[in-house]
Design a protein around this ligand. Sequence first.
Ligand SMILES: Cc1cc2nc3c(=O)[nH]c(=O)nc-3n(C[C@H](O)[C@H](O)[C@H](O)COP(=O)(O)OP(=O)(O)OC[C@H]3O[C@@H](n4cnc5c(N)ncnc54)[C@H](O)[C@@H]3O)c2cc1C
Length: 168
Amino acid sequence: MILKKKKIQINNKKIINYDYIINTISPDTIFQNTFGKLKFIGRDLHLIVFPSKDVFPKDIFFLYYPNSEKFTRLVEYKKFTLHKSNTSLIGMEIPSKNGRYYPLPFKFEQKKAKKYFDIMPKNFYSIGRAGTYRYEVDIDDCIYQSMLIFDEIKNNKYSGPIVGNEFK
Ligand SMILES: Cc1cc2nc3c(=O)[nH]c(=O)nc-3n(C[C@H](O)[C@H](O)[C@H](O)COP(=O)(O)OP(=O)(O)OC[C@H]3O[C@@H](n4cnc5c(N)ncnc54)[C@H](O)[C@@H]3O)c2cc1C
């Protein structure tokens, strides 16, 4: 994909006009890895249904395992969804190369990501955990970034592809 002024070429073919582009996927994909592929850690997710109404104690949503276990976290989803059932689904998260979920919090990878941000044209935003290439972008931060973009568009401003000073 080649970006030029306010026209965009998709898949080396169709050229379309745009007012704003809001990207939520990894910036290397957008620019066909021009500066190299950005590294991510993935997760293998094992799902287990337990034959009991609750598995974790009341108000415990997650359990974290920072020691030598192969898994990093267990999640009881019902605690979030408030789903009523006599069984309960637990997710076990194991770090792996499966998927591009966790941007690496290393300066050299963030510098590589910045090269992509630097060539994004005006009115191009890149948000979310993958789009910002920042692990610390959680769901509430994605919503916050959307609201910042709304403010910029409403006020006819453009501060650059990454919104939120804490993520630049
Ligand atoms: C295992 C795990 C646990 C997490 N736990 C929490 C938590 O407890 N609390 C919290 O706040 N945050 C959590 N997060 C982070 C949270 O999921 C992200 O911050 C949030 O989902 C990012 O939202 P997004 O819309 O930017 O991107 P995403 O939700 O990642 O959506 C991006 C979409 O783009 C699609 N996509 C990707 N590449 C392409 C492509 N080339 N073409 C077309 N589509 C594409 C993907 O399929 C996906 O649907 C967790 C993340 C992971 C991986």
